[in-house]
Design a protein around this ligand. Sequence first.
Ligand SMILES: [Zn+2]
Length: 329
Amino acid sequence: MSTEVEIQHNRGLYLPELELWLDAERKVDLSVISHAHADHIVNHRKIIATPETAKLFALRKGNVETEALEYGKPLKLRGATIELFPAGHILGSSQVLIEYRGTKIVYTGDLKLRESLTCPPAEIKECDILIMESTYGLPEYVFPETAETHQKIVDWVKDTRDRGEVPIVMAYSLGKAQETMKLLGDAGFDLSVHKAIYEIAEIYQEFGVKFGNYDQWRPGSAGLGVVLVPPHLSRWKPLDAIKKRKKLLLTGWALNRSTMYRYDADEVLPLSDHADFTELMSYAKKAKPRKIYVVHGFLEFVDYLEEEGFDAEPLGEEAGFVKLHRKKK
Ligand SMILES: [Zn+2]
């Protein structure tokens, strides 16, 4: 017989009985870091994270006291057991299983169920309470098959080069850029990548991800063959020195074509490291929780979960949601 465990959301998840934060967004004493994306990393007094996330965290934020916890290794903390397991999002990304007073709580963090070239696939564990992100939690967000998107990316790069133009691929510096490096490297393309992408790729290599031929791009040069930069540099002056160029943006928001114009891209393809609507739903069904809390993303996702018979509610309604109007209530 389990009793209810209190879960709060106030710029991060908080379990008061354990004095434990999950992905706290401001400095706290102790926080689990699900993965090293910028919105999740703050210089806490101490963090619990996978060795990969700890290394990426240190690159981005400097060293902090760290409890490096590998996937599947339980950690005892204040009467609870904490275990990290793969989220399939980026290198080192983890979901968190907390067992406390007979209740199994799973926090997905950012998640993807589709295959990844650079990190192990997400696992799904049955639990009592599921706390899930819902970045693409609307039915219109269903991504094409990964293999199809990969093929389109390779074809676009090949066609661009065949026309004598330099392909510039824009992908977020942590995660998507390395996924793209793996894809294009394995397809035989030589890559020159922006410094931020390069430094992170070195850490991926340390943890066993093998890339093809690449170097650090020297601004102004045409690079080895394909140039890879983060999307926020789409209008970066040094790119203008590459006279014949075409730009491809890789983002899940490719499903909205307007994204392409915002980033001054010639093409956009839906490479995402997040679960789409179908994956989120199938995850919930397999985890069989009696209660679901939704954090971040679309508030309407809660209604879709309820339609499937789940007891679901948003957590942290003030901050993390894209839309604040619910469909039915
Ligand atoms: Zn993320």
